[in-house]
Design a protein around this ligand. Structure first.
Ligand code: P6P
Length: 343
């Protein structure tokens, strides 16, 4: 049995993080994840026990779990003192810490504290998605270059899935490993070593309710998935939970593709580049999969804004390549609009 702390400590030797700062940072994220996990598991008791969304015994109005989760991660990162700044879906601006230690901390964390939180009330798995960048400036205040880093500059991408069990899955560029949380001892235990996407999968995940707004290439790919061709394991199965982390995690284990495309109405789609697409893309590539915006590798992209949106095609390599091919062949109408929005 190997805990997350032991694993990270062992890994740091060959990841030139031997100073222990990265190990401490990842452990801080693990601590916040345990607290969020506890709050999520009690969410259904809100009306009974007066948790979030109602007034507690001190008469304070409780906050939604998104905000509670965001506060927990900020609190853990602030007290751990290894993070110099946080980019969060819940904060319009970059969260800066003003004491000396965090001004000199080496890392920047971009995070979606609780992705898919609307699923809590229907007891569907949700997740936390995080990206860790090394700051470029040293000993100064945080710079724009520290914040708007290219996907390839990522040092760590990870997610926590709060599902039938809670797992933390991450990569630092040496493969993808999954840790299952054991609430009886409060530890994340290594349970899924060296996770890999199957090159081909039989699952496609997309919200087909938006079909009429999809670019022609996406429509063609959906029809391709539905064709009757036993030799290529089609028609595929469609599974769409409405929670990126849960759909991605299932496809990572079973083989599949998740698509949240841009549409003629919203050319950049819904998902955020820095704290959803980039960390998941790092994990996908490290697990032998692929991640693109339909035309370009996600990790080659350079954000212009911390909340920039980006289409996402992610999962088994051959499936993403097939979808990209159809985007190139059939999306003349969409490409111009997308290029204009992106630049
Ligand atoms: P839609 C959750 O809000 C999220 O960001 C992802 O986790 C999920 O895959 C997607 O949006 C669901 O969006 O438009 O299909 O409801």
């Amino acid at each position: 049995m190997k805990t997350l702390v032991e694993f990270v400590w062992e890994q740091q030797e060959n990841l030139n993080y031997a100073t222990g700062e990265f190990s401490r940072l990842l452990n801080d994220i693990g601590i916040a994840a345990k607290i969020v996990n506890r709050d999520i598991n009690r969410a259904g008791l809100s009306s009974v026990l007066g948790f979030e969304g109602s007034v507690n015994v001190q008469g304070e109005s409780q906050k939604k779990l998104d905000v509670i989760a965001n506060n927990e991660f900020i609190k853990a990162l602030r007290s751990g003192k290894q993070c110099a700044a946080i980019i969060s879906e819940e904060n319009e601006d970059v969260v800066l810490f003003d004491d000396e230690t965090t001004r000199n901390a080496k890392y920047i964390v971009a995070i979606d504290p609780l992705d898919g939180s609307s699923n809590i009330e229907v007891n569907v798995p949700i997740g936390t998605i995080f990206a860790i960048y090394k700051r470029k400036s040293v000993g100064t205040t945080i710079t724009r270059e520290d914040i708007l880093q290219a996907g390839d500059d990522l040092v760590c991408g990870g997610y926590v899935i709060y599902g039938s069990s809670t797992m933390l899955v991450y990569t630092t560029g040496n493969g993808v490993n999954g840790f299952t949380y054991d609430p009886t001892c409060g530890l994340f235990i290594l349970s899924h070593e060296n996770m890999k996407f199957a090159e081909d999968g039989g699952i496609y995940s997309i919200n087909e309710a938006n079909y009429i707004y999809f670019p022609a290439g996406v429509k063609k790919y959906i029809k391709f998935c539905q064709e009757d061709d036993p030799a290529t394991n089609r028609p595929y199965t469609t599974r769409y939970i409405g929670s990126l982390v849960a759909d991605f995690h299932r496809n990572l284990i079973r083989g599949g593709i998740y698509i949240y495309p841009g549409t003629l109405k919203n050319p950049l789609g819904k998902l955020r580049l820095m704290y959803e697409c980039v960390p998941m893309a790092f994990i996908a590539e490290q697990a032998g999969g692929m991640a693109s915006d339909g035309f370009q590798r996600i990790l080659d992209m350079h954000p212009k804004d911390i909340h920039q949106r980006c289409p996402l095609f992610i999962g088994s390599k051959n499936m993403v390549e097939k979808a990209e091919k159809m985007m190139h062949e059939h999306s003349h109408d969409y490409v111009k609009i997308y290029a204009a929005e992106k630049n």
